[in-house]
Design a protein around this ligand. Structure first.
Ligand code: SF4
Ligand code: SF4
Length: 266
């Protein structure tokens, strides 16, 4: 941790960056995102197992961009999201400094998104067995039962959009759910509107989701939306090849192959 603080101090003092995005003490025993602009404040940086928020979400925010070039504290899920944002041309190598944190809590420097991809190649996304079992059980349900299962699970969603706000890959400045001309998605939180919203969210994240679980952790109702995105990861893997962010692979939903098994695309 001292190494992280020292690095943050040196980056701010040399003006190599103007803001450090990291984790600090939150209310009660929780941590929160902090935005440091003065080297004397860097002592506030912490990193431990409570630091699960995906800080990459701030990289595309206009308010943060206005602060200048950022350095960002990046454990593995954040690194994956940074790589996906680079693959989608939302960030460039020289637009930020990445303060990578290994699973052993060691500080790692990266000089390019390519270097992040090389590092992550040994740390593929792996869906936990308990989630795999839950997804398999849902997929094994007859269609009507599966539909009812999701209608029931999504019943308590009141469309606060905390899941969207927590996701680094939901970066549109205006989301389809807020468009009312035309209104594609019903704004009310009722069974149909909730279903539409969550199907749309899952589909927009297909092949892009980095499995950080920030959306699930942000949901005040504890709705298992992570099962939808993890299931989508599995589907993408089975139908379109390996998943995980990459600068060198085509994005699943914005590319096609002439030999695609679906004839409608040809
Ligand atoms: S959909 Fe959820 S798990 Fe996937 S990248 Fe966004 S916040 Fe992370
Ligand atoms: S955070 Fe939960 S309640 Fe809020 S919109 Fe997302 S799923 Fe619905």
């Amino acid at each position: 941790m001292n190494e992280l603080i020292q690095k943050a101090v040196s980056l701010l003092e040399s003006n190599a960056v103007q803001v450090v995005i990291g984790y600090g003490k939150g209310s009660t025993d929780r941590t929160r995102a902090i935005f440091l602009t003065k080297s004397e404040d860097c002592e506030q940086l912490i990193f431990d197992s409570r630091c699960v928020q995906n800080l990459a979400v701030y990289l595309t925010k206009a308010e943060i961009k206005k602060m200048g070039k950022p350095a960002i504290v990046a454990p593995i899920p954040v690194l994956r999201s940074i790589l996906q944002l680079a693959a989608e041309n939302q960030i460039t190598a020289d637009s930020l400094v990445v303060l990578g944190i290994s699973p052993e809590s060691e500080l790692i420097g990266f000089d390019s998104p390519d270097a992040i991809e090389t590092y992550l190649s040994t740390k593929q996304i792996a869906i936990d067995e308990k989630y795999r079992k839950a997804i398999d059980d849902i997929k094994a349900m007859p269609v009507v039962e599966r539909f009812e299962y999701w209608v029931k699970e999504l019943e308590s969603c009141f469309k606060c959009y905390a899941c969207r706000a927590a996701c680094p890959l939901c970066y549109c400045t205006r989301c389809t759910v807020e468009n009312n001309q035309p209104q594609w998605i019903s704004v009310g939180s009722h069974p149909l509107g909730n279903l539409e919203w969550h199907v749309m969210r899952a589909m927009h994240l297909a092949g892009r989701c980095t499995d950080c679980e920030a959306c699930f952790k942000a949901c005040p109702m504890g709705i298992p939306i992570h099962l939808l995105t993890k299931s989508m990861l599995q589907d993408v893997s089975e139908n379109f090849g390996s998943y995980g962010p990459s600068l060198h692979k085509d994005n699943t939903l914005s590319s096609f192959k002439p030999d695609d098994k679906e004839s409608f695309i040809r």
